[in-house]
Design a protein around this ligand. Structure first.
Ligand SMILES: [Zn+2]
Length: 97
């Protein structure tokens, strides 16, 4: 197995890590919706790139809507949960007295 040939001094570490800082992202402005966009990328808001509609943003909106609806619990499940919580409370009260 490889072993380090020399001890890394604190100044070695610091000199190396002097280049670790993240650079601020360069952003342009979307011609259609005026939102900030990354260069050479389609607009995340409206899906336009160089004057053409390249990403179907309506499809993404429909998908997120569908997903949010799927995650909502069925009303009967909510009722069952509430009943369970009530039973727990009554049990706790009974054990206290
Ligand atoms: Zn846009």
């Amino acid at each position: 197995m490889g072993l380090p040939g020399h001890r890394r001094t604190s100044s070695d570490k610091r000199r190396r890590s002097a280049h670790f800082a993240l650079k601020k992202a360069v952003l342009g402005v979307c011609a259609k919706c005026q939102k900030p966009v990354r260069p050479h990328h389609a607009c995340a808001n409206c899906g336009e790139y160089r004057g053409r509609q390249t990403v179907d943003t309506a499809r993404g909106v429909a998908r997120t809507l569908k997903r949010s609806q799927r995650r909502q619990p069925v009303p009967s499940e909510v009722e069952a949960k509430a009943a369970k919580a009530e039973q727990k409370q009554t049990k706790e009260k009974a054990s206290k007295s």
